[in-house]
Design a protein around this ligand. Structure first.
Ligand code: AMP
Ligand code: ZN
Length: 466
């Protein structure tokens, strides 16, 4: 297998990807909190994760991807205070929390389709895993890593000597800031809720050995990732905002329950999409959805193209001018590709290697395997389109590249849409030409002409349809 370098937040270095099980990759990607629409910033993170999965698959890995749907327990403040976002959404729209979760999950999955993001192999809703989460807390409790306060059960982070590692936290500094800490009963500022008691009646609440309430947000990801991917797994992803709290806490819980030094081998994080130099965010109220893009004439795939022009670890500024330029760039690319011949039969039969252009293929793999360098991969694609390589081989190579880019590049000129029967005759004729059976090729040409299809052969072995 080719070498793949990925930037691991754990050691702040590009590191060679070595799977736990040969040829396989376990991937956990933190999913949405379904109390509102996903904004295009959130979707930047999911596209980065999609590209990661496609890159692993392109390299021959069998990936198992798991994504959670947070439908309970994510509070408006990272300090374990504030309202449950789902309960807040329900009040806002005068619906039940279950209706809110179902509606926004549906829209989220539609966003995935629009953006050509592959669905994870397993979707898991936090509310479907309450039993597992309670069991998880019991394990931590048994190991003496928890304590109870008047509002919940907390993880005692001072028991985990390596707590600060992932985010390079300055714990001493945090202790000095303890005066601003809201919850006076917490033993350490970084301690976090595993289980919270219902303060007043909630729509979502469950009985537990500690009291009626609901699970903490960090707990769901640890419980579900370990359940589906095992005590140790390869990669865990999310946006950079997850490093200091959510993923740091997951890592602590994983350590607590599995006893493994590093339950997750690679932590990967995508940078923010900004708008007017600020983070785009649900709570910031400056968010743009896929529907907003569509309303302004920007196609979701042009947005995907826009994102691929920046590396996932760099901040990217959203502006309508940049989006319009991306739409034009994407349209031009599709136009150029739509003029290319279909892959020739011989190439198609020969499969990937013989059909693609190795010089471009090599450069492409080098780019994507260098920590998902998509700007470089797009540059390779553009130089391929401009090159004087045979038209049908170009298309064949582009079809391969699109497995990673996911830009729906394999398009044909609309007015030349051919029926499958006609395409079959054309393919047979191409094969006859390649086999130098010119008599058969001529017969097929006449047959096609009778159906009003004129074929012009080109010097490079390809053809044009009139
Ligand atoms: P949430 O639904 O708020 O839990 O966020 C879903 C995902 O989007 C998480 O992985 C976040 O880290 C990520 N995210 C949130 N805001 C942005 C942003 N402005 N740009 C990129 N990713 C973001
Ligand atoms: Zn998570």
């Amino acid at each position: 297998m080719n070498k793949i370098l990925l930037y691991n937040t754990l050691n702040r270095k590009k590191q060679e990807f070595k799977p736990l099980k040969s040829g396989k990759a376990g991937l956990y990607t933190c999913g949405p909190t379904v109390y509102d629409f996903a904004h295009v910033g959130n979707l930047r993170t999911y596209i980065f994760e999609d590209v990661l999965r496609r890159t692993l698959e392109y390299n021959g890995y069998k990936v198992k991807q798991v994504m959670n749907i947070t439908d309970v327990g994510h509070l408006t403040s990272d300090a374990d205070s504030g309202e449950d976002k789902l309960e807040k959404g329900a009040k806002r729209e005068n619906k039940t929390v279950w209706e809110i979760a179902e509606f926004y999950t549906k829209v989220f999955k539609e966003n995935f389709k629009d953006l050509n993001i592959q669905e994870p192999h397993i979707w898991c809703k936090a509310t479907d895993y309450i039993k597992e989460q309670i069991k998880f807390v019991k394990k931590l409790e048994k190991k003496g890593l928890t304590y109870k306060t008047s509002d919940g059960v907390y993880f005692n982070t001072s028991k985990y000597p390596d707590y600060a590692k992932l985010a390079k936290l300055n714990l001493e500094g945090q202790k000095e800031g303890v005066r601003v800490e809201v919850n006076q009963e917490k033993k350490n500022p970084t301690d976090f809720a595993l289980w919270k008691f219902s303060a007043s009646r909630r729509q979502m609440e469950w009985k537990s050995p500690w009291g009626t309430g609901f699970p903490g947000w960090h707990l769901e990801c640890s419980a579900m990732s370990i359940k589906h991917l095992g005590k140790e797994f390869d990669i865990h992803c999310g946006g950079v905002d997850h490093i200091p709290v959510h993923h740091t806490n997951e890592r602590a819980q994983n350590w607590g329950t599995t006893g493994k030094d590093e339950s997750v081998k690679f932590w990967l994080h995508g940078e923010f999409l900004l708008i007017n130099k600020d983070r785009m965010g649900k709570s910031e109220g400056n968010f743009i959805t896929i529907q907003t893009l569509k309303d302004k004439g920007i196609s979701p795939l042009a947005y995907r193209y826009f994102l691929l022009q920046a590396h996932y670890r760099t901040k990217l500024n959203f502006s309508w001018e940049a989006l319009e330029a991306a739409q034009t760039g994407y349209d031009n690319l599709i136009r150029d590709i739509s003029n290319l011949d279909p892959p020739s039969l011989k190439l198609r039969r020969g499969g990937k290697e013989s059909g693609s252009l190795p010089k471009f293929e090599e450069k492409f793999i080098k780019a994507i395997n260098d920590d998902l360098n998509m700007p470089e991969a797009l540059a390779v694609l553009r130089s391929l389109v401009k090159s004087d390589s045979p038209s049908s081989a170009k298309r064949q190579t582009i079809i391969q590249f699109d497995k990673v880019l996911g830009l729906n590049l394999n398009q044909y000129k609309k007015e030349k849409a051919l029926s499958p029967e006609v395409q079959k005759l054309i393919d047979e004729r191409q094969q006859a030409r390649q086999e130098k059976d010119f008599k058969k090729a001529d017969e097929l040409r006449h047959k096609l002409e009778k159906q009003g299809i004129k074929i012009n052969d080109k010097a490079d072995g390809g053809y044009e349809v009139e």
